[in-house]
Design a protein around this ligand. Structure first.
Ligand code: ADP
Ligand code: MG
Length: 729
């Protein structure tokens, strides 16, 4: 048997893992112990400093220098009490994951003496050599400086011997080079726009925050099998692999009992997460074999984004200890469910109200309808932008692939709320209403139940579904940084709420009462947004046709999606809100395009190499064996006997020959297309070329190789097979 695969399976057979026997300790005993949060702050900062810091954290104000020094000193004392020796600014460059550059606290003073140094300036700002991070032409190489700056709204934390300080990453000229900077700006814009609207209903509201509760899906695979798959190692997904005879047909994995080995791993990484203050709450099996999900309690969006990034890193680290690998790719296996990351999103006020939660009075329900309908209108008007925010090479495999929402953005709201919107449309009168009519409308609105029963029949096929007191974005990719969709979601909502405020105020100026003005505007929005509402099966082909009839977009691939960021209306939206400048948008889009191109390029190279070095040699070895037998048969039999008995061998030899020839030709042609792409100057053109000219070859090559897998003797097949990766525990 092919050596690597054989050894991997051997390792797997001999794998032993410990099931912890000691009693689990209470989570509250260690929850947040590695976070510089409230409790630690109060212990290590003076009352006055603590108060000033809190004020900065709540209002997003910049820290004065003396305050920074005091905070740094407290933070250092706390960290050193936990045996920390290094610190790093922790940031989220556009490469997708997180970056850190560690410096020691230690600082020599000459004469063999040293002291531990960490002052305000080290806390507030750092200059990583940023030239190797993607910048989309924002910095020339001779001015390749960027800096990281502390984000006090997300607490510092400890990993191993290092104090990590969440930061934004920007160019010296001020442009954002990361996800966090525009996210913070979007959240700021949202607050500015939402507070005045929330004040229509309650004067005491002074702050509105976006909340995010993500659900993370992932696959586990044994480390030895992972290493025996160069494609997994290099790209995070299998570029070859015939589906195993059993996949997920039996539907027996979802919510089934969690396999022991996976559960030991989960307990371990949850503990690490809890120490970091990530409020992981649920865990369960997902639909596909060896696929799982975990989800925390929701948090303020910026913190939730950081926590998700941290969790992904943590999972990978902890998996090593268990001889496992975490696959975060959107589509590690063809023909099997992919992985997503649902983003549950809502808005809440500093008066403790969830603005997307129906209440029990007409007033609270008009408030609910206001935020609910404005969300629908925002999504209706900027569906393409939302689609662009979740576009990635990996997610292209998943969206619309029969087990994930399609690339068409639509909104599901359930039958009860559909009825409410229908009533609103029918009963509210533009021209003004009689007192009786007003009472009827209010009565109807008052009847929206606090708990929407409809949520039991939640539509799982919708990319954007209302689930009782929040919207759930289901089309986000599993590897994605949630910040990307959160930047767009909060920006379009901020924009929409500003428009709404204008519309309502101008009616009030014309003499309409506030409630009536609000309802009149909402009614207009409902009518304008109708075509984005869809309650049916989002996975079906009929929906694709129906959506086309309605004029909804269905942008299937990433390079096409990315163009949306540079449309005039997108640029206007982000600049008006001061979330991103035109230069930032351009740079960002270029980085995304390059990123896409690189991903496909690597996959295509891995495919070529695997074909030439692994697949074809294995096929030839087997072919030779069969040819040998074929020759021997000739010696033993003659005439019609020979013809009949050697026919299978003949067939196998021919099939292998044909497929080898096809693979070789296709690989050659694919390389030619890559060469053409690689000389294109614009990243966009290159990305398009990869998408339209290279990927089709990859599909054809895969087809041939997966067929070869079915013919070639199992002992000779070099790559671990799907059944081995999906069903071994
Ligand atoms: P599902 O049935 O989709 O798996 P779960 O109940 O497991 O749903 O997950 C719901 C998710 O929604 C959790 O991550 C939870 O934290 C999040 N969530 C609940 N309320 C809110 C809210 N107001 N804002 C944001 N997220 C929320
Ligand atoms: Mg969900």
């Amino acid at each position: 048997m092919a050596k690597l695969r054989f050894e991997a399976l051997q390792t797997l057979l001999n794998r032993k893992y410990d099931i912890p026997t000691e009693k689990a300790t209470k989570i509250s005993d260690y929850y947040g112990e590695n976070v510089f949060h409230d409790r630690a702050m109060q212990q290590y900062l003076s009352k006055d400093i603590y108060k000033r810091l809190q004020a900065c954290m709540n209002n997003g104000k910049t820290l004065e220098r003396d305050l920074a020094d005091e905070v740094a000193s407290g933070m250092k004392a706390w960290a050193m009490s936990k045996n920390v020796t290094h610190y790093t600014h922790w940031f989220q460059p556009l490469t997708g994951r997180t970056a850190e550059k560690h410096d020691a606290f230690f600082s020599p003073t000459g004469g063999g003496e040293s002291f531990e140094e960490f002052g305000g300036s080290q806390l507030v700002q750092q200059e990583p050599d940023a030239s190797s991070f993607p910048n989309g032409g924002l910095r020339n190489t001779f001015e390749a400086r960027g800096y990281t700056a502390w984000d006090p709204s997300s607490p510092a934390f400890i990993i191993g011997d290092t104090l990590c300080i969440p930061t934004v990453f920007v160019a010296y000229t001020g442009e954002a080079l990361d996800y966090k900077a525009p996210l913070l700006k979007a959240l700021f814009a949202l607050n500015e726009a939402a507070v005045p609207v929330a004040q229509y209903f309650d004067r005491n509201v002074t702050r509105v925050i976006a909340t995010l509760g993500w659900e993370q899906e992932y696959f586990l695979v044994d480390d030895a099998l992972f290493r025996a798959r160069p494609d997994l190692v290099m790209t995070g997904r299998t570029v070859f692999g015939h589906s195993s005879s059993r996949g997920q047909q039996l539907d027996d994995h979802y919510f089934g009992s969690i396999p022991e080995r996976a559960s030991v791993f989960m307990r371990d990484f949850e503990k690490e997460s809890h120490k970091l203050g990530i409020p992981i709450k649920t865990r369960h099996n997902e639909v596909a074999p060896n696929q799982f999900e975990c989800a925390p309690i929701f948090e303020e969006a910026n913190l939730a984004v950081d926590h998700n990034q941290l969790l992904m890193d943590m999972m990978e680290k902890v998996a090593h200890r268990h001889g496992l690998r975490v696959l975060l790719h959107e589509k590690p296996y063809a023909g099997i469910n992919g992985s997503g990351k649902h983003n549950n999103w809502s808005l809440s006020t500093d008066t403790g109200v969830n603005l997307l939660s129906p209440g029990n009075t007409p007033k609270t329900n008009i408030r609910f309808l206001t935020f609910f309908i404005n969300t629908i209108k925002a999504v209706h008007d900027h569906a393409d932008l939302l689609r662009a925010s979740i576009a990635s090479a990996g997610n292209d495999h998943r969206l619309g692939a029969n087990e994930a929402p399609p690339a068409i953005i639509s909104v599901f709201i359930g039958s009860q709320l559909t009825q409410v919107l229908n009533d609103l449309e029918k009963k509210v009168k533009d021209k003004g209403m009689s007192p009786d009519e007003k009472t009827e409308v209010k009565l109807n609105i008052g009847r929206i139940p606090e708990i929407l029963l409809d949520n039991t029949d939640r539509n799982r096929t919708s990319p954007f579904a209302f689930t009782g007191n929040k919207f759930e974005m289901r089309a986000v990719g599993s590897q994605a940084n949630c910040a990307a969709p959160m930047i767009v979601m909060n920006s379009i909502m901020a924009n929409q709420l500003k428009l709404f405020k204008n519309d309502v105020d101008s009616l009030i100026k014309k003499g309409k009462k506030k409630d009536e003005a609000i309802l009149t505007v909402l009614r207009k929005y409902v009518m304008e947004s109708r075509n984005i509402l869809f309650e049916g099966n989002g996975y079906g082909d009929e929906w694709v046709k129906e959506a086309a009839r309605r004029g909804l977009s269905n942008i299937k691939t990433t390079p096409h999606c990315l163009d949306v960021y540079l449309r005039k209306e997108s640029v206007k939206l982000f600049t008006d809100l001061d979330v991103m400048s035109p230069q930032e948008l351009e740079a960002r889009t270029e980085i995304y395009q390059e990123n896409y191109k690189m991903k496909i390029q690597i996959e295509s190279r891995v495919m070529g190499d695997l074909c030439m070095n692994h697949i074809i040699p294995a096929a030839i070895t087997y072919q030779n064996k069969v040819i040998e037998t074929f020759k021997n048969l000739k010696e033993v039999y003659a005439g019609s006997d020979l013809k009949r008995l050697a026919a299978p061998h003949d067939k196998i030899i021919k099939e292998i020959s044909e497929r080898i020839a096809a693979v070789q030709e296709l690989v050659h042609e694919m390389i030619q297309e890559r060469k053409k792409a690689n000389v294109l100057e614009e990243e966009r053109d290159a990305a398009m070329w990869y998408c339209e000219k290279v990927i089709p070859f990859m599909t054809d090559i895969r087809y041939q190789v997966d067929k070869l897998e079915l013919v070639v003797e199992d002992d000779l097949w070099p790559l671990p097979k799907y059944r081995e990766m999906l069903f071994s525990r």
